[in-house]
Write a protein that binds this ligand. Structure first.
Ligand code: DGY
Length: 322
């Protein structure tokens, strides 16, 4: 029976789907996540079921007999897809199933940061609430505000859809314009990045991490933001220059940030920790029971199909499997 390496546990029904297709070898829990260790564990395996913290690059991808890497995530910046293609290794991801959960969470961060919910909760729990005051915990209006969406893929569109219910003016920046019908339906206007940055009260980032998007938001963008702006990131940490964000927040160039992802995850810039106007979440935008289970099932089905010699439905490098 073929063997596959399961880097981390996945949720039901994923394990069952994998077990029906192959012998599953579990990577040691808490084991080192470096390429050499993963390569060693992958010897003799035709597949690796990976997650976003696993570096799957040349050293791993050149494992003899490896046929498929199935990432349990829609993002795949942890995998060198070009190297995989060169080694004829299929790479798959889990698109679609996490769009709603992630869009919901981007909006949750937007609202929580704007209305200072985390700060308010701490305020009560620390015994500081001694009565209503007209100037207590003033936040930013959401209804009718301008939302700038960077990256109008499925999740960006999901956020726009939610924003419509809040009567927001929606701007988006994306090299690829939406079809006119979709723009009209969402009430979204395509603008360049400079205009989006300058006019938005809320900026929500929904781009994959690529060399082009790394530090897409850095000092020049912070300098151009409205002073009341709130930045939300549920995509990948390095899209935002975290040191520049800290500097900009200290200089009050924007009002706050809602972050689910970090430049050097799981490390968080230490200066963000004490900031009351920053809401920090531990990369949980897709973390609902249904979504994580569907991601697990989808990744397992991708792998099972590859192991059986088929073409996995979510193949990122179709040139490997003609
Ligand atoms: C992804 O899928 O890429 C998210 O970051 C985790 O759900």
């Amino acid at each position: 029976m073929s063997r596959i390496l399961l880097m981390h546990p996945i949720l039901d029904p994923g394990p069952q789907i994998l077990a029906e297709a192959a012998e599953v070898i579990a990577y040691p829990a808490g084991g080192p996540l470096d390429e050499a260790s993963i390569r060693q564990a992958a010897e003799g395996c035709v597949g690796i079921v990976s997650q976003l913290m696993d570096p799957i690059r040349e050293t791993v991808l050149s494992t003899p007999g490896l046929k498929c890497v199935s990432n349990v995530a829609v993002g795949f910046d942890n995998i060198d897809v070009a190297a995989a293609t060169a080694h004829k290794v299929m790479v798959t991801n889990t698109p679609g199933v996490l769009d709603d959960a992630t869009s919901d969470f981007a909006f949750t961060l937007l609202m929580t940061t704007a209305r200072r919910v985390v700060e308010a909760d701490h305020f009560i729990r620390s015994g500081q609430f001694h009565g209503w005051a007209i100037d207590m915990m003033l936040g930013q209006d959401i209804y009718g505000a301008t939302l700038g969406i960077i990256g109008i893929g499925r999740i960006g569109r999901g956020v726009a859809h939610r924003a419509k219910g809040f009567n927001m003016r929606i701007l988006y920046y994306d090299p690829q314009p939406l079809p006119q019908e979709a723009e009209e339906q969402l009430g979204a206007t395509r603008v360049d990045l400079n205009r989006l940055i300058a006019e938005s009260d809320f900026i929500s980032v929904h781009v994959p991490l690529t060399p082009e998007t790394q530090h897409l938001i850095s000092t020049p963008q912070f300098n151009a933001m409205k002073r009341n702006a709130i930045l939300v990131n549920t995509s990948r940490g390095p899209v935002i220059d975290e040191a520049a964000l800290v500097e900009a927040l200290n200089a009050k160039k924007l009002a706050g940030a809602g972050l689910d992802v970090y430049e050097r995850e799981p490390a968080v810039h230490p200066h963000l920790i004490p900031m009351a106007n920053v809401v920090l979440a531990p990369h949980i935008a897709s973390a609902t029971v249904r979504t994580r289970s569907e991601m697990s099932a989808m990744a397992a089905r991708n792998m099972a199909t590859a192991v059986r010699g088929g073409r996995p439905p979510n193949l990122l490098n179709p040139e490997v499997k003609r």
